[in-house]
Design a protein around this ligand. Structure first.
Ligand code: ATP
Length: 465
């Protein structure tokens, strides 16, 4: 069972060092979150496995890391300056601001709400008697277009000419490097370019923990294909991504594909599907797959004056703009999903409840914990020697915990999702035969709670596998 409520997870994340409220000591900054010591390990592992799967283990893929700040012309060409808007409505009573389409989603459904024209939003809110989530009055202003890009200034002189945006997606960094990558890497179609990085959107109504924030991380791929072949590549990517999520243990009953209706499509897209996850508050987008056609490359060709065409390496007379299939992952939403799925509350045979994070072993922040049974110095020294041996001889990430009773330490390791805990006791030292033979340790499995006694030699062999 995954977490039944978001509060359960938010509280565990804070208690155990996964995610803290941003700027906590100053009372926070609304909807900002900081990944703590365990959160950053989890997130790094998600990114590593994503990069391994989609870049390093595929001959048709390369990676890059573009700057967040880009020439403002990029955003004119991409359509973000004129099209990247949400319908903003104000509550006349309490002056709070909301996204009009989101307020209508429950009543009309996601698709119908997304296709409303700007001048339909307020009449619909009024007709459906949708109350302000804050003061519960129905008193809406007409909807206004609100551009989601964060604007700032570059350099020391404010004003015209120095305006610049924080990128609202990583994708454009790939399109502007298309020529550089084709020329330097001698790529043949189809091929893809992947990037992981921060994106910024001045969301009107952020919320639901890290689900919707104004600063977030994306893991995006632009996959360049011969025009006419995009449908087959679209299907292949849909399957590959679906399998990637299932491979990390996401229950398929909590995943679904949602096809965007024609009217809902973004300005650049011929076809879009979302993979949605059943979050505690309902279905929400985890991942988007879009067929962008040649929209971006042709726009950049127009706005930059540079030739963005691909020349067939076997036939120089064949020059064309490739079409693009774009798998776009939210890194923070993926981490949130893995956290929610991992969360389990179990009743033990003795009637106690334990919270256990059943992460896939590849994602758990620690692979293993070394727990000396007591604080006796020579016991700690023996455990330290084992700890050093493990970190020197394997690539495993290992926690070393001496604080509190062994029961409390097991509980902590369960709550942070460590798959295996190794206890070093007086048997290990050769001082207590009842606990075990000299140079043996106990290894405890997070999920089955089975404890196995084995020699340090056998343990090392097991860990090296
Ligand atoms: P939504 O409809 O939820 O606003 P979107 O369709 O605008 O999302 P895309 O532009 O497709 O999102 O961005 C790709 C991915 O980036 C999304 O699938 C999501 O996982 C992630 N993402 C988008 N906006 C945010 C945000 N404000 N906070 C966290 N992740 C986000």
């Amino acid at each position: 069972m995954p977490a039944a409520s978001l509060d359960q997870l938010v509280s565990l994340c804070k208690r155990r060092g996964f995610i803290f409220p941003g700027s906590d000591i100053y009372g926070g900054l609304a909807n900002t979150w900081d990944y703590g010591p365990l959160g950053v390990e989890l997130k790094n592992r998600v990114k590593k496995h994503w990069w391994d799967t989609f870049v390093r283990k595929r001959p048709d893929m390369v990676g890059q890391d573009a700057a967040i700040l880009m020439n403002p012309k990029v955003w004119e060409a991409s359509g973000h300056v004129s099209n990247f808007n949400d319908p903003l409505v104000d509550c006349k009573n309490c002056k709070q601001r909301f996204r009009g389409d989101k307020l209508l989603e429950e009543k009309l459904g996601v698709e119908a709400a997304a296709v409303l024209k700007l001048d339909q939003v307020e009449p619909m809110l009024t007709a459906e008697k949708i109350p302000c989530p804050s003061c519960k009055k129905v008193a809406w202003t007409p909807a206004k277009k609100f551009n989601l890009m964060f604007k700032t200034q570059q350099g020391v002189i404010e004003g015209e000419g120095s305006d610049i945006y924080l990128r609202p997606e990583t994708a454009q960094g790939i399109f502007v490097n298309f020529r550089n990558i084709v020329d330097t890497m001698r790529m043949r179609l189809p091929f893809g370019v992947a990037q992981i990085g921060k994106a910024f959107r001045n969301e009107i109504t952020p919320g639901n923990f890290t689900f919707r924030t104004r600063e977030f991380e994306q893991m995006e791929i632009e996959y360049f294909v011969e025009p006419g072949t995009e449908a087959e590549h679209f299907e292949q990517w849909k399957d590959a991504v679906w399998q990637w999520f299932l491979g990390f243990g996401i229950d398929k009953d909590r995943l679904r594909v949602r096809e965007h209706g024609k009217d809902e499509l973004s300005h650049y897209s011929n076809r879009t599907i979302d993979i949605e996850y059943l979050f505690p508050w309902g279905w929400g987008e985890l991942f988007g797959l879009a067929n962008r056609g040649d929209f971006d490359l042709s726009q950049h060709e127009k706005f930059s004056g540079q030739d963005m065409k691909f020349t067939d390496p076997d036939d120089a007379t064949k020059k064309f703009l490739p079409h693009v299939v774009e798998p776009s992952f939210g890194c923070d939403r993926s981490v949130l999903t893995f956290l929610l799925e991992a969360y389990n509350e179990e009743t033990l045979p003795n009637g106690e409840t334990r919270v256990v994070m059943k992460f896939d072993h590849r994602l758990a922040p620690y692979d293993l914990a070394i727990l000396p049974l007591s604080k006796k110095e020579h016991l700690i020294a023996k455990a330290e020697t084992l700890y050093k041996k493990i970190i020197q001889e394997t690539d495993l990430v290992c926690d070393f915990d001496v604080t509190g009773s062994i029961g409390k330490r097991y509980r902590r390791q369960d709550e942070i999702g460590t798959p295996r805990a190794i206890t070093v006791d007086f048997g290990t030292l050769g001082e207590d035969e009842k606990q075990g033979e000299k140079d043996t340790v106990t290894i405890r499995d997070r999920d089955t709670l089975k404890q196995e006694r084995l020699s340090i030699g056998a343990l090392m062999e097991k860990l090296r596998k």
